[in-house]
Write a protein that binds this ligand. Structure first.
Ligand code: ADP
Ligand code: MG
Length: 728
């Protein structure tokens, strides 16, 4: 009997939901562990408080003396919440979060100690970060990097540690993390969108990008997950035959949540609420053991931090409940994968959602302006949007008949399509009084009404307008949202800047009224960006062909998709918008390619190991049992034995065939890996892994999965799909 597998199953059967003590009301717990505005007002002087607020709102520097006061207030508050340590919390390019804890405690003599935390420690730290990916930046320049406080994301107490959100940059100022470029992109969109919003409302002084992510994940019993080397090392199953029952009955989606899972969710949500993550919805997803969690939307930088924090919290809480969370985009073949939809919009300091149609023609022209500019931006930089969600793991999900394809397209619904069609016919130059009235009454004036019944939301689109926001559906469940958010906000910022220039020029040089100028520019954008709009079935083959005809990119693999991130057009874009310089961009590209290689390399090694050391020996064991059986029959029945053992004889042969196929394919794969490893250039190496190594996985898996069906269940060493997916 295969011990680990059966022990794990037994353990799983014995599990009981953990009791979650009923705590205070969520509204009372909300933000209890966050050093937010309300707390700051209470624990620091007006001067210090105001300086933090102007740092948050206007990016102003905080005076060193005030920093000391803020640090002292933060420390006392954190200690009152049970903190003993503090850390600069940051998001290196590994995609995870990083922290190095320092104690507040500091001995000042043999018999005396104090709790110390000053402005210096708050504002800047120098972690020994030489092992974080830097794509050569810290080799070429200065060896060190430092973390710097990001006051726009509030500090929080997590366990017994005060966590201070920070950016991570090299001494020469290059970003070494995901947050620094995001903050710069958010600054760019603030500037560009504010200027455009002021065409419609002079009181606008700031525009924030908003993000509401939806996190999908699988929850597998810990013992079962740890019984599979592929899940442990690669985060996904590299083999395993699909079970008789998968998701075809659709009986999991929105079904009742299993008790143990519910207990995990309640525990997790309590912690989220205390940390200020406004979790709102939870439900089962389509696949068995797949779930989703979504918060209310927030300012994008905060939302990104909250998503990173959530993923960490999920890992820890799951462990406590004897589960393992799988964030991988495709942990099981033949079953839906996981994504992280990014709902995105723009909000003014007055609380206006710029992508929400309003009650007056002016508000609607404002809506159309931001709406059409976003479409134009995605049209111009579709390939960069695709690159922003590229990873070895997401490659398995995009285009897998359940998730958007690798083609980026925009869905807006039939009603808004009609509006854009009408705007396309607006006259060039000055508009007649009749045309103006007509536009006001019949086109722009009607938007709120038509949106109400705009219910045909297309689930197959990668970038869909959903009433008052756009939803980027191609983001992987494992990704840090900072990457797609950096790209989206940068390209829209660039587009809005362009728009402002064009409108102003029509007003100044052609003497058009503001509205006329806006209509004129929008008309041209609608025409120019048509090919990105698609209302049909994004999962269909017909769309792939159509997209090709339209000249849209369809980069199915990461090495292909990432190429555009270092194109001249991209370098110019980032440079112009002040988001990243060439060094930063190239370093990132290198890191992403390396990460791709490492991921596929690890999977190849794990698969080779499982196939050779787990599957083949088991198959031989079973084959030997069959041979013994046939020998016995021969002994008893003599030459008649063949008539009595046709199945056994076939099986013996079949098993041998599969074994030899596995052996030769593992050998080919290993050869290809060796060749790929010799390549120097990151791009070529990644391509070799993608085109030469990866394709062997399927073939090896095929024969292993066949053996799973043939070999005695009692000795099969790997926990099977039905056990992973249906035991809880
Ligand atoms: P779905 O039907 O795709 O599951 P919903 O329409 O329920 O999604 O999605 C709601 C998501 O959109 C939530 O995560 C919410 O926070 C987010 N959202 C709503 N309004 C905005 C907005 N103005 N900006 C950003 N995100 C938003
Ligand atoms: Mg969604």
């Amino acid at each position: 009997m295969s011990t680990i597998r059966f022990k794990a199953i037994k353990k799983t059967f014995e599990r009981k939901p953990l009791a979650i003590e009923s705590t205070a009301k969520r509204s009372e717990m909300f933000g209890n562990n966050v050093f937010n505005e309300m707390v700051m007002r209470q624990v620091m002087s007006k001067e210090a408080f105001n300086s933090v607020i102007s740092a948050i709102e206007g990016g102003e520097r905080i005076d060193r003396k005030l920093a000391d006061e803020i640090a002292a207030a933060m420390k006392n508050w954190a200690i009152s919440k049970g903190a003993t340590h503090y850390t600069h919390w940051f998001q290196p390019l590994t995609g995870a979060t990083a922290e190095k804890h320092d104690a507040f405690f500091e001995p000042i003599s043999n018999s005396h100690a104090v709790e110390k935390f000053g402005g210096d420690q708050l504002v800047q730290q120098e972690p020994d970060a030489s092992s974080f990916p830097h794509g050569g930046i810290r080799n070429t320049f200065e060896a060190r990097g430092y973390t710097a406080w990001d006051p726009t994301s509030p500090a929080f107490v997590y366990g017994t540690t005060l966590c201070i959100p920070t950016v991570f940059v090299s001494y020469t100022g290059e970003a070494l993390d995901n947050k620094a470029p995001l903050l710069r992109a958010l600054q760019a969109i603030d500037q560009a969108a504010t200027e455009v919003a002021r065409y419609f409302d002079k009181s606008v002084t700031k525009v924030n990008a908003t993000l509401g992510w939806e996190q999908e994940y699988f929850l597998i019993d810990k013992a079962l997950a740890y019984s599979r080397p592929d899940i442990v090392l690669a985060g996904r199953t590299l083999l395993g035959h699909s079970p008789a029952k998968g998701q075809q009955l659709d009986d999991h989606y929105f079904g009742s949540i299993p008790d143990r899972v519910l207990s995990f969710m309640r525990d997790l949500e309590n912690d989220c609420v205390k940390l200020g993550i406004p979790v709102k919805t939870r439900h089962n997803e389509v696949a068995p053991n797949q779930f989703e969690l979504a918060p209310l939307f927030e300012e994008a930088n905060l939302a990104v931090d909250h998503n990173s924090l959530l993923m960490d919290l999920m890992d820890k809480t799951a462990d406590k409940h004897n589960f393992k969370v799988l964030f991988h985009e495709k942990p099981f073949s033949g079953i839906n994968g996981s994504g992280k939809h990014n709902n995105w919009s723009l909000a003014t300091n007055n609380g206006t959602n710029l992508l929400s149609p309003g009650s007056t023609p002016t508000k609607n022209l404002q809506f159309l302006t931001f709406f059409i500019n976003t479409i134009k931006a995605v049209h111009d930089y579709e390939e960069l949007v695709r690159a922003s969600v590229a990873s070895a793991t997401n490659d398995h999900r995009l285009g897998a008949n359940e998730a958007p394809p690798a083609i980026v397209s925009v869905f807006i619904g039939s009603q808004l399509t009609k509006v854009l069609d009408e705007l396309e016919d607006v006259s060039k130059g000055k508009l007649s009084p009749q045309e103006k009235t007509d536009l006001k009454l019949n086109v722009v004036g009607k938007i709120p009404e038509i949106l109400l019944d705009n219910t045909d939301r297309n689930r197959t689109s990668s970038f869909a307008f959903t009433g008052n926001k756009f939803e980027l559906r191609a983001v992987g469940s494992k990704s840090n949202c900072a990457k797609p958010m950096t790209v989206l906000n940068t390209i829209v910022a660039k587009q809005l800047k362009e728009f402002k220039k064009e409108v102003d020029s029509l007003i100044d040089k052609k003497n058009l009224k503001k509205d006329e100028a806006i209509f004129n520019v929008l008309r041209e954008y609608i025409k120019a960006s048509k090919k990105i709009r698609f209302e049909g079935d994004g999962y269909s083959e017909a769309w792939e062909k159509e997209a090709l005809k339209r000249g849209l990119s369809n980069n199915k693999t990461t090495p292909q998709a990432l190429k555009v991130s270092v194109s001249k057009k991209t370098l110019d874009l980032y440079e112009e918008m002040g988001v990243m310089n060439a060094t930063e961009i190239k370093a990132r590209h290198e890191i992403e390619l390396e990460e791709y290689v490492h991921k596929v390399q690890i999977e190849g090694r794990v698969l080779g190991d499982i196939a050779r050391n787990h599957v083949i020996p088991t198959a031989i064991r079973y084959q030997n049992a069959l041979i013994e059986n046939v020998k016995g029959l021969k002994e008893v029945f003599g030459s008649e034995f063949k008539k009595l053992a046709p199945e056994q004889l076939d099986l013996i042969e079949e098993i041998s065939n599969h074994i030899s196929e596995i052996n030769s394919k593992v050998r080919f794969m290993t050869e290809e890996r060796k060749k790929a490893n010799k390549l120097e250039k990151a791009q070529l190496k990644a391509e070799a892994y993608c085109q030469k190594v990866l394709p062997h996985f399927e073939a090896i898996r095929y024969h292993c999965d066949k053996l799973e069906l043939l070999v005695d269940d009692n000795i099969w060493p790997l926990t099977k799909y039905r056990e992973l997916l249906f035991t809880r």
